[in-house]
Structures are given as structure tokens and as C-alpha cells.
Design a protein around this ligand. Structure first.
Ligand code: GDP
Ligand code: IMO
Ligand code: MG
Length: 422
């Protein structure tokens, strides 16, 4: 079944792990948005892989992996990632990894411009990953970006980079940041592109042929619904459509190719970077950090942690058309006596079942909670849904009821094997 895997919270829901699990029954795994701001952790047979731009299907020998047109690619970062994953024993051949010729490039100046914008925002900064994602997507929308296909014309690329470096240097100099030499930027980028070119192709007919041949397609979302540039907690969002629609615009496959949308969420909530987080809880954050958990896979920053927020999940299930939920990190709640679930937002005395659009309303949210009993036992050894303690099953049933989508999978540990089918 052709499936979109999409994050329902603020990213880091465990999408990589669920994609890896479902890759067993897929033929093609596709990334269609975002860039190396993503950090997807997959643990299998005791080996931990962290993937930023490579689709998680790369860990399987016989699967095709596509980086679609909607992704922004840092060529230097991607070459480093390929080398790192190859050093872990994974072969990455042109037959196994295809890169869209329409995908846009993240230049070294984009990273510096990202940092400059954060400095200029001061106390209002977004808390970006500083991977140049916003400036690269801005160039794409401003129609001055560079695409993989452009590298066939070296003179054109050199002229464009030279022009963008000059423009960027003016901004960087104003912020007191180091400026760039166009020739050095060209040399670095051309060198990385050289390594990537054997993988670059028109991925659209390849994907359509796979679809027509009834192969199974798996779309690996990056970030999460509340980071979507349209549906998220704007302006504290990323610069792409992270929601289900982004899988189509970012790959060239039409909506009717999609048969299932699996929404991934943690059994609680986390957020890294700035922006509103109504159910954040210091005690839960301290507890999970104390276990060595919830540190960002890309930047290593500690993630804020809080109670399950079904206002956000209800909205996320609506806009993504979620047909099944994958609830990860259930084991993170194993030690708790009682658990809180946020069922609504009280804003100025009115109960809201869905998140607000007004940015100042987020500061006045009082979460309305319902308390459920914890299960107080170790779930990490459960191998079937029926092995879960009754209280855990009740918690999941209530989650599903409040979100309006059934439970499809449950994660009770980080390893591929610790994934239960409901
Ligand atoms: P992604 O960006 O959505 O792929 O998620 P990340 O990999 O950034 O963050 C998810 C974290 O939770 C990683 O450290 C995973 O190894 C871990 N993880 C995923 N599912 C589970 C689970 O069910 N239980 C536990 N304990 N860890 C999990
Ligand atoms: P995965 O795919 C969690 C957050 C950043 C920041 C905001 C904007 O691993 O779930 P950006 O660098 O995109 O301009 O930063 O978005 N962010 C993520 N948070 N997981 C991610 O990806 C993220 N990608 C971006 O922390 O708040
Ligand atoms: Mg992540």
C-alpha cells in the first residue's frame, strides 16, 4: 500500500524508525521536503544510524531511495552523510539512491544567512537548525535558486553563485559575520556535486513507472505538522510543507497514488527550537533527559518535553488525512503513576478543540487536562500489542478517540524490533 509517513507534532516523533520498519514491505522510499535539518534515528541489530537527507530505506539492500524535487540539498552535507553511512557498512550506489534533477541546492552562504537572520531576530529568534533551510527555500520561491540540473552549465552556475555571494556578503558584513569568496564557494560546491552527479536523474518518470508497476511507495516525511509553514505555529516553523500534501508536490506523484497516511506521534510531546508549547512540563523534561533521552539528532539540543496534546494531534489528523496512528516512545511513560492528556485549550474562558491562528493567543492558552492511570511497568519487552498492560491500552484507546484516527503501530523502544502492530 502506498503510504505517507508524516510527523504529527513538532518533529522527532520517530518517523525514521517507523519508515525503516515499514520498508520491509516497500520497494521505493521517497523524501519529498525539508533538508538536512531533519535527523532521523534508526537502530537495527544494535547499530545506530542518524540520517539527515538520505531516506531511511537506504539501510535495506534491495530498496530504491529517492530524494525528490521538493527537498533542498546541501551537497557538501550530503556527501559527508554518504561517507559516514558507507563507513557504517551500508553501500550507496547510483542504483540505490536517486536524486531529483529538480531539487534545489543549499549553498554555504545560505547557512550563514540563516545564522545572520537569527542574530537579527535576537530574543525573537526561531531557533533554527542553522542548516540554511529558510534562505534556500526563499531563493527557490524568489526564483533565484540553483537546481541540480543547472550544474550541466558550469558557467551559469558560477555566475549565479558569484552574484548570490556578493548579495549575501553585504548582509553578512552588516551583521559582523565572515564573508565568502565566490571562487572558494564554487570550488567546494562543484567538488561535492561531482560525487553526487551519478545519482542525479529525472526521478518523476522513475516514480511513475514504479507506481504503474504496482510497486509499493513509502514517503518519508521530515519535520512535523506544527512545523509546517502553513499549518504550524507560524513563524516558529520550518520553510516547507511538512504535511501529507508536500509528499505529492515534492515528488511529482499525484494524490491518487496515495493509499494510506500514517501519522507518527510520541506518547507525549516534544519540541526543539523556540515557539509556543502549551503542555510543556519541566518534570517530564528533567525525567526524560535524566534517562539520556530527548536530545536532538541534528543539533544535540535538549528537546523540551510535555504531556500529550490532542488539540494539536486532532488538527494534525485533519490536515494530513491520517488513516492510522503510529505512537512511539510509549515506554517513556512506563514509570509514571498518572498521566495527563490535554483535551482542549482554554483561551480567555472559551474552550477550543483546535489550535488558534493568532500568534498572541498561544501565550494565553491554559491546557485542559484529563488524568489517566499509568501502568508502572516495563513495556520495552512487549512483542505484541496484546502484551501491553491494560492501562497502556486504555491510554492509547483514549488517544485514538480524541484524535479521530485508529492506532496502527506502537513503539516500545528505539530498535526496529520494538515496534508493535495494533
Ligand atoms: P524522527 O526525526 O521523527 O525520525 O525522530 P528522531 O530520530 O529525531 O527522534 C526520535 C527518537 O526517539 C530517537 O532517539 C529514536 O531512536 C527514539 N525512538 C523512536 N521510537 C522509539 C520508541 O518507541 N521508544 C524509545 N525508547 N525510543 C524511540
Ligand atoms: P525531523 O525530520 C525537530 C525545527 C527547528 C526550529 C524550526 C526551524 O528530525 O523531525 P529550520 O532549521 O528548519 O529552519 O528550523 O524547525 N526543526 C526541527 N525540529 N525535528 C526536525 O526534523 C526539525 N527540522 C527543523 O528546531 O525550531
Ligand atoms: Mg529528528
Amino acid at each position: 500500500m502506498n503510504t505517507i509517513i508524516t510527523g504529527l507534532q513538532w518533529g522527532d516523533e520517530g518517523k525514521g524508525k517507523i519508515v525503516d520498519f515499514l520498508t520491509a514491505s516497500a520497494d521505493v522510499v521517497i523524501r519529498s521536503q525539508g533538508g538536512n535539518n531533519a535527523g532521523h534515528t534508526v537502530i537495527t541489530r544494535g547499530i545506530k544510524y542518524i540520517l539527515h537527507l538520505l531516506p531511511s530505506g537506504i539501510l535495506w539492500d534491495d530498496k530504491i531511495n529517492v530524494i525528490g524535487n521538493g527537498v533542498v540539498i546541501d551537497p557538501v552535507g550530503l556527501v559527508e552523510e554518504i561517507q559516514r553511512v558507507e563507513a557504517q557498512g551500508v553501500a550507496i550506489t547510483p542504483a540505490k539512491l536517486l536524486i531529483s534533477d529538480r531539487a534545489h541546492i543549499v549553498l554555504p552562504i545560505h547557512k550563514e544567512l540563516d545564522a545572520a537572520r537569527e542574530i537579527a531576530l535576537g530574543a525573537h529568534k526561531i531557533g533554527t537548525t542553522k542548516r540554511g533551510i529558510g534562505p534556500a527555500y526563499a531563493d527557490k520561491i524568489n526564483r533565484c535558486g540553483l537546481r541540480m540540473a543547472d550544474f550541466a552549465d558550469r558557467a551559469f552556475v558560477t555566475a549565479r553563485i558569484t552574484q548570490r555571494v556578493a548579495e549575501a556578503n553585504e548582509i553578512l558584513a552588516r551583521c559582523g559575520l565572515p564573508t565568502y569568496e565566490a571562487a572558494a564557494v564554487c570550488a567546494e560546491v562543484f567538488c561535492a556535486i561531482e560525487r553526487l552527479l551519478p545519482h542525479v536523474t529525472n526521478t518523476i518518470p522513475v516514480l511513475h513507472a514504479a507506481w504503474q508497476a504496482k510497486q509499493t511507495l513509502l514517503f518519508e516525511g521530515a519535520q512535523g505538522t506544527l512545523l509546517d509553514v502553513d499549518f504550524g505555529t507560524y513563524p516558529f516553523v520550518t520553510s516547507s510543507n511538512t504535511t501529507a500534501g508536500g509528499a505529492c508536490t515534492g515528488s511529482g506523484l499525484p494524490p491518487m497514488a496515495i493509499e494510506r497516511v500514517i501519522g507518527v506521534c510520541k506518547a507525549y510531546t516534544t519540541r526543539v527550537g523556540a515557539g509556543p508549547f502549551p503542555t510543556v512540563d519541566e518534570g517530564l523534561s528533567d525525567y526524560l533527559h535524566g534517562l539520556g533521552r530527548e536530545f536532538g539528532a541534528t543539533t544535540g539540543r535538549p528537546r523540551g518535553c510535555g504531556w500529550l496534546d490532542t488539540v494539536l494531534l486532532r488538527f494534525a489528523c485533519m490536515v494530513n488525512g491520517v488513516t492510522g496512528l503510529a505512537v512511539t516512545n510509549l515506554d517513556g511513560l512506563d514509570a509514571y503513576d498518572t498521566l495527563q492528556i490535554c483535551t482542549g485549550y482554554d483561551i480567555d474562558g472559551t474552550l477550543h478543540p483546535l489550535p488558534p491562528a493568532e500568534r498572541d493567543a498561544w501565550d494565553r492558552i491554559v491546557p485542559v487536562y484529563e488524568t489517566l492511570p499509568g501502568w508502572k511497568c516495563d513495556t520495552t519487552g512487549c512483542t505484541q500489542f496484546g502484551d501491553l498492560p491494560t492501562q497502556a491500552q486504555t491510554y492509547l484507546a483514549r488517544l485514538a478517540e480524541l484524535c479521530g484516527a485508529p492506532i496502527a503501530f506502537v513503539g516500545v523502544g528505539p530498535d526496529r524490533a520494538q515496534t508493535l502492530t495494533a
